[in-house]
Design a protein around this ligand. Structure first.
Ligand code: ADP
Length: 261
């Protein structure tokens, strides 16, 4: 818990810093990228100069991507929690996740039919799933198996006493597993830190899991990670059961067409 607290403090500080710097940076990058594009159209440029301009533009675009991520990370995203069935949240985003991972990897889902409802912001859970799935994809450059599964987990007070940091209660678990490269214990220790990445420059920002951590913490949930080098990784997200039941999908539709006021 002490660790989680320190992590949250760090996230807060980095978030504020990032938001401020990223905004100004974005404006500068718009100028750099814009002029690089104009220059690339100059017919008097030699082939050599054209190659340099293309490098400038490529780096500028990567920097713009990084600042966009920083802005999203720094922005205090307001939670809009509703009682939801996480299975539905997964189904909503499956098409997009499949496009993210490309055609070479298969995405399997194993969703428990009786999953307990949780209070969550569906948009933020989409973001969590996207970040975890992109990492799983990157961990399996030569293929493998990616699975999203759900189940209800009950932690009794006795169980909670046996596991460090465990909290008793009923939780909906979302697990994202891959059969990829896995992590060493040294890497595993730092993955939730902002800017920690083992990916090559331009590919990783080190903000994906820091964002996941922030979203799950804001939902009153927790994360467990199991990983073995060369075998794969499982990220398990636990969100506490909502006290009210999730509305049936039919009720959602009815609520939308019902006139306001
Ligand atoms: P990024 O993806 O930009 O590197 P993240 O915060 O999402 O940032 O991840 C941090 C690091 O955690 C990654 O660089 C990688 O070393 C490790 N990691 C995350 N997910 C996995 C995974 N599924 N398998 C192996 N390593 C992972």
């Amino acid at each position: 818990l002490e660790n989680q607290y320190r992590q949250s403090q760090k996230m807060e500080a980095v978030g504020q810093l990032a938001g401020g710097v990223a905004h100004d940076f974005n404006n500068l990058l718009t100028a750099i990228n814009g002029y690089a594009e104009l220059l690339a159209q100059d017919p008097t440029l030699s082939a050599g100069a054209r190659a340099f301009v293309s490098e400038i533009h490529g780096a500028g675009m990567r920097a713009a991507h990084l600042t966009r991520q920083l802005l999203a990370f720094g922005r205090r995203q307001v939670l809009e929690p509703r009682v939801v069935d996480l299975n539905e949240v997964v189904v909503e985003v499956t098409g997009m996740l499949e496009r993210l991972i490309g055609e070479d990897l298969l995405l399997a889902t194993a969703l428990a039919p009786d999953l307990c409802p949780v209070k969550a912001d569906a948009g933020q859970i989409h973001q969590v799933l996207m970040n975890l799935v992109v990492n799983a994809r990157d961990a399996m450059p030569t293929g493998g198996r990616l699975e999203i599964s759900s189940r209800t987990v009950e932690v009794s007070p006795a169980d909670a006493r046996e596991v460090p940091d465990a909290v008793p209660g009923v939780f909906a678990e979302l697990a994202v597993s891959d059969t990829g490269c896995g992590m060493t214990p040294e890497v595993r220790e730092h993955i939730f830190e902002p800017f920690f990445t083992t990916k090559e420059v331009g590919k990783g920002t080190g903000l994906g899991l820091a964002t996941v951590f922030g979203v799950v913490a804001a939902h009153g949930g927790h994360i467990r990670v199991e990983s073995a080098p060369g075998r794969g990784t499982v990220f398990r997200i636990y969100l506490p059961r909502a006290t009210e039941p999730a509305p049936a999908p039919a009720d959602f539709a009815a609520a939308r067409v019902r006139p306001q006021g």
